[in-house]
Ligand binder design. Structure first.
Ligand code: MF3
Ligand code: CO
Length: 249
């Protein structure tokens, strides 16, 4: 069931999203060679709790941390650990959210640590830009497939591939709600978009092939071919005036 949010609900949700965006920004600012992913996780958790909010990934299906931190060929769901230091040249995908007064925010970004390769920069740029292409299509009267197709066309035109095994989603009083928001699909197909819908749009884009595999830890998703992967996500609301990005710091 797709739940439409009222203006009052959206204003609370915007707070959850702002906290999520600020926590993500804090991690981005703390990324440097030698920092461990556990240290980054702690920064975000401390901030989210200081806002009177809760890290909404922690405990979700047994997930043990505030953030997912996925490096280079890791696509999503990397588990922060004191054993993993970020190195110069890494690209670091960070995904996290906050639950505030009953509403969830969810956002992600891929950050460069130091001097990253031109090919990594191009991948990150294309992935970020594809998210905005998708968001532009999040308009009442359109369909989910319009968002999906905009993302897919944008990245495939640049030679990248879209991960199929994970998708974006509705978000609200639950972290994951209907509808699914795939990053691939056909324009004009799928659920009709309506004012009051709140969506987490989150392209996961690989330089190589779209296939992924899961590490023995049961969480970390890697590209099967070892190629680099990037991930950007915003929580947005569809309003009568068009799409509104809510995960703004
Ligand atoms: N980051 C995922 C999403 O954006 C959810 C994370 S699953 C968790 O939908 F278990 F890691 F929390
Ligand atoms: Co999400």
């Amino acid at each position: 069931m797709i739940v439409l949010k009222t203006g009052r609900e959206l204003s609370v949700m915007r707070e959850a999203c702002k906290i999520s965006a600020r926590a993500l920004k804090l991690i981005g600012e703390a990324i440097e060679p030698g920092v461990t992913t556990a240290e980054l996780d702690r920064i975000a958790e401390k901030f989210i709790r200081s806002c009177g909010a809760t890290p909404n990934f922690k405990g979700y299906n047994g997930y043990p941390a505030t953030a997912c931190i996925s490096i280079n060929n890791e696509v999503i769901h990397g588990i922060p650990t004191a054993k993993r230091k970020i190195q110069n040249g890494d690209i670091v995908s960070v995904d996290l959210g906050a639950l505030f007064e009953g509403y969830h925010g969810d956002n992600a970004a891929t950050f460069a640590c130091g001097d990253v390769s031109e090919e990594a920069k191009r991948l990150m740029d294309a992935t970020r830009e594809s998210l905005y292409e998708g968001i532009k299509m999040a308009r009442a009267g359109g369909r989910i497939g319009d968002i999906s197709n905009a993302i897919q066309s944008y990245v495939e035109a640049r030679g990248y591939s879209v991960v199929r095994d994970f998708v974006g989603h509705g978000v609200g009083t639950s972290l994951h709600e209907a509808p699914e928001v795939p990053n691939f699909g056909v324009a004009g197909r799928g659920v009709r978009l309506m004012p009051g819908m709140t969506l987490a749009i989150e392209p996961m884009i690989n330089i190589g092939k779209p296939q992924v595999k899961i590490m023995p830890d049961g969480w970390t998703v890697l590209t099967q071919d070892g190629s680099l992967s990037a991930h950007f996500e915003h929580t947005i609301a569809i309003t009568a005036d068009g799409p509104q990005i809510m995960t703004i710091a």
